[in-house]
Write a protein that binds this ligand. Structure first.
Ligand SMILES: [Fe+2]
Length: 283
């Protein structure tokens, strides 16, 4: 089977690779082609795949250590790696969670509140609404590059405090309880991080970013809001419109992403399988 790497899907990133059956082991040569495409395009789309969770795990493990999920619940271990994300409640009925302040419908980078946040996330589309349910990706390396030089100088060396649920805090609300802080201790990362493979600088922020270390919280938050608004402008965004069987993997080190609530999520099912590859400490 020959593979085809398509034209870029947008200025901001994205490329489609066809002709690979990801359910079978790939040669080192083909894996290198995929790694190259990932480095250059940040979002790689493999359409028309048929993958069990185990096969998804095996493919994604080619890119690093796949993080385990579900350790604290009763899922069988073999399903721990590719876990289900959906808009379904425990009875399997669709529910609308788009307004939750910690939801995936806000711009975020996966697990930015980890000391070593994941470098890669992959989603495989299992069930989709008839239309919509898109995912948007914002290229934070392009966003950084387009900043005025004065802003680049101003933000150089700043560190962002991340913690789970930071996006849920509204101005004027009470600080987190000690129990919350214990469960999700804050971490700080550089606001401008360097991509370990390309050397390109990119903004690192999003829904779990709280404030700037050493800066009054309101001021830091305002700066983060402004930079987020800047780097999520349409020219920096690729919108993925899902089809069943798409396996999409993206680079969390230079992208923000969010799900788009452009379907009736109280009515239609949307189910994807997710795998996450461990990254390194951002610098
Ligand atoms: Fe996410």
């Amino acid at each position: 089977m020959s593979c085809t790497i398509g034209a870029p899907l947008s200025e901001a990133g994205g490329v489609t690779i066809t002709g690979f059956d990801l359910s079978t082991p790939l040669s080192p040569n083909r894996l290198e082609q995929i790694r190259d495409a990932f480095r250059v395009h940040h979002v790689v789309v493999f359409p028309e795949q048929v993958l069990s969770r185990e096969q998804q795990f095996a493919f994604i493990a080619n890119f690093g250590e796949v993080e385990r999920h579900g350790a604290r619940n009763a899922q069988p271990k073999r399903y721990a790696a590719a876990h289900v994300i959906s808009n379904l409640d425990k009875d399997g009925n669709p529910v609308d969670r788009s307004t939750s302040p910690v939801s995936n419908y806000r711009w975020h980078t996966d697990k930015g509140y980890y000391r070593m946040p994941p470098m890669l996330t992959a989603l495989y589309a299992v069930e989709l609404p008839p239309r919509g349910g898109d995912t948007e990706f914002a290229n934070t390396a392009m966003g950084y590059a387009a900043l005025p030089e004065a802003t680049k100088r101003r933000i150089e060396g700043l560190r962002v405090v991340f913690y789970w649920g930071a996006g849920a805090r509204q101005p004027g609300t009470s600080p987190r309880s000690p129990a919350e802080a214990r469960e999700h201790p804050p971490v700080d990362h550089p606001l401008v991080r360097t991509h370990p493979e390309t050397g390109r600088k990119a903004l690192y922020l999003g829904n779990h970013a709280s404030h700037i270390l050493g800066m009054p919280e309101a001021e830091g938050r305002a700066l983060l809001d402004k930079l987020l608004e800047h780097t999520t402008q349409p020219q920096f965004v690729y919108t993925h419109r899902w089809r069943i069987g798409d396996l999409v993997m993206w680079d969390n080190r230079c992208l923000l992403h969010r799900a788009v609530a452009n379907y009736d999520m109280g009515r239609h099912r949307r189910v994807l399988h997710r795998s996450v590859v461990r990254g390194t400490v951002p610098y």
